[in-house]
Design a protein around this ligand. Structure first.
Ligand code: URA
Length: 269
């Protein structure tokens, strides 16, 4: 390094930055030391990373990367360029996962029993920033569940102002009586113990004991309590859709996929 890198060279000067570093800084592309990056992705301690690199376990653009103190731009294409232990690098921060949540697992970091995080690679529990579920599904609800380490995105998806609709398929204990659709659409349904009526929701009847219900809020046990308010009981609840994003037919319960930028954008479409 140049000895005078703390010098202010004035506007327009490159100072001691390389052109590449300058361009990345202007495009707000974060850079990171390789050891810090891999550590934050759960691969091990920084010492572990130095050891791994020494043993030839880290490559960048096909070449062994030996100096883990090197700073690199953290771009989304890094998994196509870096390998760790012979495998493509995990997704960098800013990831969104779509999981087909199976019944019986909990949307929590700490509860006893099976957690949704147990369905993802083990290392991902150690990531910083951490992965969180975008809202929650009950233990006994299945279907589309997003997980992300992007706090801004998470808040945009769950913010009631954005009206990102969630569609649930509910199987009911008793036949619908025909009054549910207008009640749910009224914007006047008050759930037990609450002080603010529910925003209008849309019901689509599939059969006497099955319906699709689209809601924009995420109140506690909302769908189950909506049908309970009509004297019915939800026996089976599955989320099929969130915004413009549907659960793919070929994604079996317990399976997940990484979303592309276009798929993430489609949530808000
Ligand atoms: N409504 C519910 O009652 N449960 C869920 O898991 C989601 C919406």
């Amino acid at each position: 390094d140049m000895p005078n890198e703390d010098f202010n060279f004035g506007p327009g000067s490159l100072g001691s930055q390389t052109l590449m570093q300058r361009r990345n800084a202007m495009a707000k592309i974060p850079t990171s030391r390789v050891d810090r990056l891999l550590s934050s992705m759960g691969y091990g301690s920084r010492k572990d990373m130095a050891r791994m690199a020494k043993a030839g376990g880290i490559t960048l653009d096909g070449d062994d990367l030996t100096d883990v103190t090197m700073r690199i731009p953290v771009t989304p294409d890094l998994p196509t360029r870096m390998e760790v232990d012979g495998e493509p690098l995990d997704p960098v921060a800013g990831m969104v996962i779509l999981l087909n949540k199976p019944l019986g697992v909990t949307c929590s970091h700490k509860e006893e029993g099976g957690l949704v995080y147990d369905l993802l690679p083990k290392r991902w529990k150690l990531r910083d920033p951490a992965l969180s579920t975008v809202g929650r599904l009950d233990k006994q609800t299945s279907g589309l569940l997003l997980l992300t380490d992007d706090g801004d995105l998470l808040h945009r998806v769950i913010s009631p102002k954005r009206h990102v609709t969630k569609t649930y398929r509910a199987k009911l204990a008793r036949p619908l009586d025909g009054t549910e659709g207008s009640l749910f659409a009224s914007g006047e349904l008050m759930l037990e113990g609450e002080e603010k009526p529910l925003a209008p929701a849309r019901l689509e009847v599939v059969s006497p004991t099955e319906a699709l219900l689209s809601v924009t809020e995420g109140r506690y046990h909302q769908v189950r309590r909506m049908f309970a308010a009509t004297g019915n009981h939800v026996e089976d609840l599955h989320r099929e859709r969130q915004g413009g994003l549907s659960l793919p037919d070929d994604l079996a319960p317990g399976q997940w996929k990484l979303l592309s930028a276009a798929e993430i954008a489609s949530i808000f479409a």
